[in-house]
Write a protein that binds this ligand. Structure first.
Ligand code: IPD
Ligand code: CA
Ligand code: CA
Length: 301
């Protein structure tokens, strides 16, 4: 079959059984393509991570390197070879707008700041959405060699082993994560949320890769992850992985979230409501844990 032929809408199935098989085969095809491409891109990131690369600035604190760009070029080239009629949105400017119902969202290097500082926590993230709904996603950390993959209706996997979200059902027993985007840093109110979650739960991590944070919710390491200002390429793949691992996501008021909306919360599902309630309190300025006063600068007697 010619490259890209599988992207066409399957013929209307004659019964439920056929329908299941067709859906499965179509998605497996997308997932295996994404898997192969993410592995190749991951190899690029690993090679660049062995040497020092120049850092450029897209904004005051928004870094980009040759590794981001080389990885994105590779991913887009490969996707276009396989799915020429699909649309593509890449963080580093790669765009293919075919008006397709299928859109690939690519973060060629999620965790650029970590990468630039030699902190080995970054990933390539490739998500596929159909009419705005996530149907397949892969996230690959080439340093730890953790490869997350999921497709709609077929479960989530870490290095080919099925994963699921954690059973913890209270905030106080949970571990959480958040992040702070590079843009509009000084206007970001997330420090209040970070403080509350840090003192009212087992803790709150800020590891620097939204895609991997979502995968940590999916694999049961974290109970929840939220952030303001994420882009579709940060979350598209991770949200499929969370959902297929049994978790859920919404905006931070509990409303519907589509990748790229203003704020997002993903969790194991069991702590979702309690976290939304805490977000609401913080929004009202009603801090469940009081923020201590600024300490005196006078030396202690
Ligand atoms: C960033 C990371 C970080 C998150 C930022 C993202 P990048 O992506 O995911 O964890 O806090 O909002 O922009 O720039 O490293 O691809
Ligand atoms: Ca990136
Ligand atoms: Ca990113």
């Amino acid at each position: 079959m010619a490259a890209g032929a599988k992207q066409h809408r399957p013929k209307r199935p004659s019964n439920q059984y056929e329908k299941g098989i067709q859906l499965y085969m179509t998605n497996v095809d997308y997932l295996s393509a994404a898997t192969e491409i993410a592995r190749e891109a991951g190899q690029i990131l690993r090679n660049f991570s062995d040497r020092s690369v120049a850092v450029e600035y897209k904004g005051a604190f928004d870094l980009v390197t040759v590794a981001d760009r080389t990885s994105e070029e590779l991913v887009i080239r490969r996707l276009r070879e396989r799915f020429p009629s699909h649309s593509i949105i890449g963080e580093e400017g790669g765009r293919v707008d075919n008006g397709s119902e299928y859109v690939w969202h690519i973060d060629p290097l999620d965790g650029t700041t970590n990468f630039a500082h030699g902190y080995p926590w970054f990933a390539v993230s490739i998500g596929l959405e159909r009419n705005g709904e996530g149907i397949a996603g892969v996230v690959y950390n080439p340093i730890t060699e953790e490869f997350y993959a999921a497709e709609k209706g077929a479960g989530a996997y870490l290095n080919n082993r099925r994963i699921s979200v954690s059973p913890i059902d209270t905030l106080e027993n949970g571990l959480f994560a958040t992040g702070f985007p590079a843009s509009k840093r000084k206007e970001n109110v997330n420090v209040y949320y970070f403080h509350q979650f840090s003192v009212l739960t087992h803790g709150c991590r800020r590891a620097g890769s939204a895609a991997l944070d979502l995968c940590s919710v999916a694999s049961g390491r974290f109970e929840g992850f939220w952030e303001f200002g994420l882009k579709s390429w940060d979350v598209s793949a991770g949200l499929v992985i969370v959902t297929e691992a049994g978790g859920k996501f919404s905006d931070m008021r509990g409303g519907a979230y589509r990748s790229g909306d203003a704020d997002m919360f993903a969790s194991n599902g069991k702590v979702h409501e309690e976290a939304l309630n805490l977000f609401a309190r913080i929004r009202r300025g009603d801090m469940a844990a009081a923020i201590p006063a600024v300490p005196s600068t006078e030396p202690r007697a």
